[in-house]
Design a protein around this ligand. Structure first.
Ligand code: ADP
Ligand code: MG
Ligand code: ZN
Length: 300
């Protein structure tokens, strides 16, 4: 791709599994690698009549990371249901913060190889629950619900990255930050940190291009490779005057390329509604000062 004519825009959506003893809304153990369907209960399995109760430790760790990312904290917030059907989601909705994420308008600085500092703006960070896992083999597909209800912080950056190298450096720095804070182990191979990359290109000065979201990236190196592949693929289309489709693509690690998965959904397709089982709540100044005392010195 000719970087004197074209420029790249990259924004990340990162999901971080928070380290807590129990899940986000029930007392099931939050742990990785246990035998399938052993850490489940009527609450996380969506049985009728069960009520969720919010895990304070998860709120603490989510807000702590928001502060480390220099975010403003929304004082008043509530949870909402993102409705969709999938076999690994017993409730048929995911509980998340749609209208009022904990953290908004932050930034994270990263030292790049040449010594310069790259500032990436953080759009928002919301606390939500993870879904279960499907296991596929030649006899069919099986569900493991252990992961249902694991606390996740979804961090969305602005499209401030220009290259795959910048993204790789950012992810390594970011993992160090969350480990320092003991918020997550940030292991991309085991899925405790997952990253989707949104990539677009355009002629210099023309602003953002039409974005493609790439999923299934299980290492910071693969994130870089997928971005570089997308830059080439999209540049070829642009040059040939063909349309770049706004879609979700999957990284194929064997073939080292991205493949089309589905066209992109919009927020209104999910029919977000406030969760009537979980009352609105307030992040008090006392709670924020308590968190600030836990902020250790960060690597940079
Ligand atoms: P959605 O929730 O539908 O996925 P968002 O507006 O939350 O959409 O954006 C998701 C991510 O895509 C963000 O990280 C954002 O920075 C990035 N992004 C948005 N538009 C573009 C674009 N044109 N090119 C590259 N990245 C983009
Ligand atoms: Mg999103
Ligand atoms: Zn449970």
């Amino acid at each position: 791709m000719d970087k004197t004519v074209l420029e790249t825009f990259i924004g990340l959506e990162i999901h971080i599994q928070l380290i807590t003893k129990t899940k986000l809304f029930c007392n099931c153990k939050n742990s990785f690698g246990d035998p399938p369907n052993t850490n489940i209960c009527p609450c996380c399995m969506g049985y009728p009549g069960m009520l969720p109760a919010l895990n304070k430790e998860a709120v603490k760790k989510a807000c702590l990371l928001c502060l480390a990312m220099n975010c403003k904290l929304n004082e008043k917030t509530f949870f909402e249901r993102k409705n969709y059907f999938y076999p690994d989601l017993p409730n048929n909705y995911q509980v998340t913060q749609f209208s009022y994420p904990f953290g908004i308008s932050g930034y994270v600085d990263t030292a790049l190889a040449g010594g310069s500092i790259k500032r990436i703006r953080i759009h928002e960070a919301r606390l939500e629950e993870d879904a279960g896992k499907m296991v596929h083999d030649k006899n069919g597909s099986l569900c493991d619900f252990n992961r249902v209800g694991t606390p996740l912080l979804e961090v969305v950056t602005e499209p401030d990255f220009k290259t795959g190298e910048e993204v790789e450096a950012f992810l390594l720095n970011f993992r160090r930050i969350i480990r320092y804070l003991d918020v997550s182990d940030g292991n991309m191979e085991e899925g405790s940190m997952r990253c989707d990359a949104n990539v677009s290109i355009n002629y210099i000065g023309k602003g953002l291009g039409k974005r493609v979201e790439v999923k299934n990236l299980n290492s910071s190196r693969n994130v870089k490779l997928a971005i570089q592949y997308e830059e080439q693929r999209q540049a070829k289309l642009l040059k040939a005057n063909e349309t770049i489709v706004q879609e979700t693509r999957l990284w194929d690690d064997d073939k080292k390329r991205t493949e089309s998965m589905r066209s992109k959904e919009n927020a209104n397709d999910y029919r977000y509604i406030p969760d009537t089982d979980l009352p609105p709540f307030t992040i008090t100044p006392e709670f924020v000062s308590e968190l600030k005392s836990l902020l250790v010195e960060l690597p940079l």
